[in-house]
Design a binder for this molecule. Structure first.
Ligand code: G3H
Ligand code: ZN
Length: 280
């Protein structure tokens, strides 16, 4: 399929799974999982993952080629970009969906820089997600931190962004799926904010919480750490099973299969194909 556009992907699904990849095998697994689920997907490449690879081009090129070859719609998305030149570089290589993350700036600076970047992204015909910023001096995706509805409305109107990452109880890099989301706040935000809402730190949210968040109005569900957990567990099990293995394909193949199966399972939850357990 040709590279998909984010607005069309979002319009075609009640919500879309957005999965971060670091290695090629995980990117392949995300596409394979989406094909098995028969649904579109977002392949996310973060600024940190790009730094690990020493630059944007190799990983972005692989993701764009995987999207072209996929049998389902795939959007390639630049995630958590804090460097403005990286946003411009992503647009130049053909990425049409970016998150500009200016949460480390003051609210006024965040608004000013996000508006400027949004204008450039829109001039390039691309889509931009942003984050309101730190709240009460703490990172937005921290338990106890919540996005203020009126501030969210003002930020979106003032910046012109196409989607907003909001703080509703999740936290980045959780290893246990124990976060409790504020579904009432999600519903209030969804009703008031004119653009799709994005849930970050979804690795810490159990299936029922993801389903509840989507029902309340979340449209893009970002999952990264959980796939790392699945990959590493499968690789570790294979190396324990066969300590003499040295060909990376021997231990990467089971890791890749495990990630693909988990992506398929999670996408079924995100799109509402499976009933989730009753919430306490
Ligand atoms: O932007 C990416 C996500 O927010 C991933 O967060 O690694 O905690 O799932 P996570
Ligand atoms: Zn995030």
């Amino acid at each position: 399929m040709p590279l998909a556009d984010m607005p069309a992907l979002l319009a075609a699904h009640r919500a879309v799974g957005a999965f971060n990849f670091i290695t090629l095998e995980v990117a392949e697994a995300i596409v394979t999982g989406a094909e098995a689920a028969g649904t579109g997907v977002i392949l996310q490449l973060s600024q940190n993952a790009i730094a690990f690879h020493g630059g944007l081009a190799p990983a972005a090129g692989a993701a764009l080629r995987l999207a072209d070859a996929a049998h389902v719609d795939v959007v390639v998305h630049l995630d958590h970009a804090t460097d403005e030149p990286l946003v411009d570089e992503a647009l130049a290589v053909g990425i049409r969906s970016v998150m500009f993350d200016a949460a480390h700036l003051t609210d006024a600076e965040n608004l000013e820089r996000t508006a400027a970047v949004a204008a450039r992204v829109h001039d390039a015909g691309a889509w931009i997600e942003a984050e309101l910023g730190e709240i009460g001096g703490k990172g937005a995706h921290t338990p106890g931190v919540r996005t203020d509805v009126a501030e969210a409305v003002r930020f979106v109107e003032a910046t012109g962004v196409d989607a907003l990452a909001v703080a509703v109880g999740s936290e980045h890099a959780m290893r246990e799926r124990s976060a409790r989301l504020d579904e009432t706040l999600i519903a209030e935000l969804a009703a008031a904010v004119s653009v799709p809402l994005v849930l970050h730190g979804s690795s810490g949210v159990a299936d029922a919480g993801i389903d509840g968040a989507v029902r309340a109005g979340m449209r893009k569900i970002n999952i990264g750490t959980h796939l790392n957990t699945v990959l590493t567990a499968a690789v570790r099990a294979e190396l324990d099973r066969d300590p003499d293995a040295i060909d990376p394909r021997r231990w990467l193949a089971p890791g890749r299969s495990a990630v693909a199966a988990e992506v398929h399972r999670l996408l079924d939850v995100v799109i509402g194909r499976v009933a989730t357990e009753v919430r306490a």
